[in-house]
Design a protein around this ligand. Sequence first.
Ligand code: S3P
Length: 448
Amino acid sequence: MTPHILPHASGPLAGAFTAPGDKSISHRAVLLALLADGPCRAAGWLDCADTRSSLAAAQALGAATGLQGDVVTVTPPAALPVGPILIDCGNSGTTARLLMGVLAGRLPVDGPVVTLTGDDSLRRRPMARVVDPLRRMGADLRYAGAEGRLPVVVRGAPLSGANHELAVASAQVASALLLAGLGAAGRTLVRGAAGARDHTERLLRDLGVAVDEDAIGSAVNGPCRLAAFSLTVPGDPSSAAFFQVAAALVPGSRVTSRGQSLNPTRIGALRVLERAGAVVTLEPAGKAAAGTGGEPRGDVEVRAGQLRAFTIDGAEMPSLVDEIPVLAVLATQCAGRSVISGAAELRVKESDRLALLARNLRRLGATVDERADGLVIDGPCSLRGGPTCAPLVLETAGDHRIAMAMAVATLCTNGETALDDGACVGVSFPGFFNVMDRLLAGGDPARP
Ligand code: S3P
């Protein structure tokens, strides 16, 4: 693969951008449509490799799907296809885990046998966290290869509601169990995911499903079908964060993210940016209305400021888990010692993100101590790449968020850097480099 040369900042970033549709909500729009009573529609839908895995899964299960511009339509199948079905979830953990819950709750006992698999990265990721609790509800899930890993074979089985206490505060697991609960007899209660993104609960409530929620858990009563829906997906805060951190890092910058999700379970990175000294202004769009899936949204302006070290611990982790790579980059430019702890989950994401961040940032010249559950970063430090004839090639392991975080690091790096794989940004944000170029150009009147 040819290395992808990364752009530098010759001046501040400036201008407004619309982050691509929220990835978590885009997945849910497709997967929940499989449980709905009629054709469903989502505008502002994120078209990327990951969400296409969910769309392809819906097609494999017999749904009719359409994608025009950013509007996706999914008509659930009247009957499931006959014969075995193989679904490749690609790189997408959300597709694999949520689909296990959807299938466990909906496959008829004499229905097709469905096998879920994925790419090399996804086949290394832990699946027992979903499989074990689903089995406790009566689901028939079997590993076709290594214990605890994809491929997983799903057969229809009658489910009963259960009380679950999660070992990891994972929205993917909580969502899978609640979706299975819609097809189970009785009450399914999920505890231990407090603080994790609550898009499934919001969407279900918006569709009239009674979701009982308190500070420690959510519950649904099954069996229950979903009404057909039409919603507009807000911009993804995890994608917007790359440019928000970039604006905080490059002196004189000022960028506005339009129409992004302001869901409190998703904007932990904005709170960290503020603590680190960036100037962050939220402009909520008003009360969540019909067609929003119950999601608050609005504009966010970020301006550069005097940067100081910050700490992030496990309690805050669910609200910024996908933003840790770019926040680690931020820490390299903050005065003092930044400590990120309670982040062991990052070792089982699309790559071992803690190890990869430590390796890449150290190669750029940062002072990073890698801990079992986090990173300690001393700043500010000057980052350096290679000469023009031999750029420093940073390692992505095909992980989209590592690639985009390293592109942000390059904005404050002297010398040339490149990614060993620039195309992997397409997993979540195919237009990433275009938006970056536009914001970099917006800050320099001499550039178009
Ligand atoms: C997601 C939940 C998070 C997040 C992932 C998307 C979701 O994973 O990292 O990118 O859509 O529910 P975990 O549930 O494993 O924390």
